[in-house]
Design a protein around this ligand. Structure first.
Ligand code: BG6
Length: 508
């Protein structure tokens, strides 16, 4: 049972961030916690232990985190008064996972707070560390019995969750040996994004869509996550990962499951996660030789020169790692029989755009000669937060002429409240003990099973790697893949280019 916000506020909480000085803490976690604090969402009694290997002063730590908030928080620069209160709850904790006294010291610090508050606090252990440290931390927590109360203690694991199926299974085994599945929160921050959460509301609270959301009515579905950023300073991690592991295995397959799942019996974590797993389990084995993989070469993105991937810092000069993937898959269940799903993601594309496009079948028995456009539903996750339905309408005038028009729902126009950052939503859910937006063990393993044939095939041959110039929409092979099912990628946000996506001309 998760806590209501009201109950949470009365329940003390200790939040331990392993990797408390790292990039994720700086850019995302501390700004998100600060925003939860100023929004009045955190418990009256809480403390954040930011564990870091180096011995820094509290003042140096606070200064860096304030800079992080000022730079990355969606609410802008920190309010000096509120920051002063917040920083007193930020407890810099020097600790090295390999040194034996680190964990008993942490235990004592946690217990001291429990005593001060007169109550055993909720404990959140956030693993914001590279995968190599997961075992050490888990063993430390377990040996000193710091997280042995499943209803109060939460383990939060960042991606990457393994590098393949075997390593993910190993990791699941390691974690579930010491912790209960219900206390493990595997993060996929896409699930915390406002529009992604709204897909469930949109689909299951509006009866008009349910009859349309299926084979027979839907021609094909596209899930496209284009990024304009390059690999930047993350070459060391990325060159061993690539777009398939970094984006498709997690974010895009999670988007797929939200779009394609059947109606859950109820809005509860397990019912929702059951349906998501079911749909992933129904994905037909992807033909690896048809998957498009590509790497960016030098080019220009948004007017700025961009070096080739192989010239990035910490990337092997002969690297064959893909920065772009496009693939087609089918879901073998009655709802989606024969409907192609096109997925693509890439770095250094012309524009940041996470867009789901549902293209409906053409009107049967057309009675208008210019009824040539299929209805489309665009769900734009970012940067614009919009849902647009494209329908045909009559152009005003004495002739009967049709033209596609855009029925749009724009967050900014419809709601006064700004959307929270994904990490705010997810951290609050962790504190409340709500696992709905987190990945269960079987979900993560099923997602790996989907991509494993591709990884295995790529291990054997690197000859299929294509190139695309930075600042372009990827290689031609990606357009051909879409064309193979009679489709065309929706290139950009519908507000700018409403008609770029065409219906399929033939059947697969
Ligand atoms: C991360 C990936 O999980 O998601 C990054 O590791 C990627 O490579 C990022 O850039 C994209 O997230 P967002 O929220 O910026 O779309």
């Amino acid at each position: 049972m998760s806590l209501s916000l009201q109950d949470l506020k009365k329940t003390p909480a200790s939040i331990v961030i392993f990797g408390g000085f790292g990039d994720l803490s700086w850019r995302k976690l501390i700004p998100a916690l600060y925003n939860l604090f100023i929004g009045g969402y955190l418990p009256e009694n809480f403390t954040i232990f930011a564990m870091d290997y180096h011995g820094r002063t509290d003042a140096a730590y606070d200064k860096h985190m304030l800079e992080g908030i000022n730079t990355f928080s969606r609410t802008g620069k920190a309010d000096p008064e509120k920051w002063n209160i917040f920083k007193d709850r930020l407890d810099y904790f020097q600790g090295d996972f390999t040194v034996p006294d680190t964990f008993p010291r942490l235990k004592k610090a946690l217990e001291d707070y429990d005593k001060q508050w007169g109550k055993r606090a909720i404990r959140v252990f956030y693993y914001s560390v590279s995968p190599g440290f997961i075992q050490m931390i888990t063993e430390g927590l377990s040996k000193y019995k710091m997280a042995n109360n499943p209803s109060k203690d939460r383990i939060v694991i960042e991606k990457p969750f393994g590098t393949d199926l075997a390593s993910a299974q190993k990791l699941n085994k390691l974690l579930t040996k010491d912790f209960k599945e219900q206390q493990i929160y595997r993060i996929d921050h896409y699930l915390g994004k406002e529009v992604v959460q709204n897909i469930l509301a949109f689909r299951f609270a509006n009866h008009i869509f349910e009859p349309l959301w299926r084979s027979g009515e839907v021609d094909h579905i596209q899930i496209s996550v284009a990024e304009d950023v390059s690999v930047g300073t993350r070459g060391k991690y990325y060159d061993n990962s690539g777009a398939l592991r970094d984006m498709i295995q997690n974010h895009l397959l999670q988007l797929l499951s939200v779009i394609a799942m059947d109606r859950p019996k109820s809005y509860t974590a397990e019912c929702i996660r059951d349906e998501k797993v079911k749909v992933l389990k129904s994905v037909r084995k992807i033909k690896p030789e048809e998957v498009v993989r590509a790497q960016y070469t030098a080019g220009t993105v948004d007017g700025n020169k961009q070096a080739a991937y192989i010239d990035e810092v910490n990337v092997a000069r002969n690297s064959k790692t893909e920065t772009f993937v496009a693939l087609k898959l089918f879901i073998d269940n009655p709802r989606w029989k024969g409907v192609p799903f096109l997925l693509r993601t890439g770095k250094c594309m012309p524009k940041k755009s996470s867009l789901i496009t549902i293209v409906f079948k053409p009107t049967p028995n057309k009675i208008f000669k210019d009824d040539t456009n299929s209805n489309r539903l665009y769900i734009s996750i970012q940067p614009e937060q919009t849902i647009n339905l494209i329908v045909d309408g009559k152009v005003p005038g004495i002739e009967m002429k049709l033209q596609p028009v855009n029925m749009d729902f724009t967050y900014n126009d419809s709601f006064c409240e700004p959307s929270p950052e994904a990490y705010e939503t997810l951290l609050l859910d962790v504190l409340e003990g709500d696992t709905t937006l987190f990945i269960r063990d079987d979900q993560v393993e099923t997602a790996w099973k989907i991509v494993m044939p591709i990884l295995d095939y790529w291990k054997k041959t690197s000859s299929g790697l294509k190139k695309y110039a930075a600042g372009t929409e990827g290689p031609k092979a990606s357009d051909q893949l879409a064309k193979s099912v009679g489709a065309k990628w929706a290139l950009s946000s519908p507000n700018e280019t409403p008609l770029l996506c065409e219906p399929r001309k033939d059947k697969p």
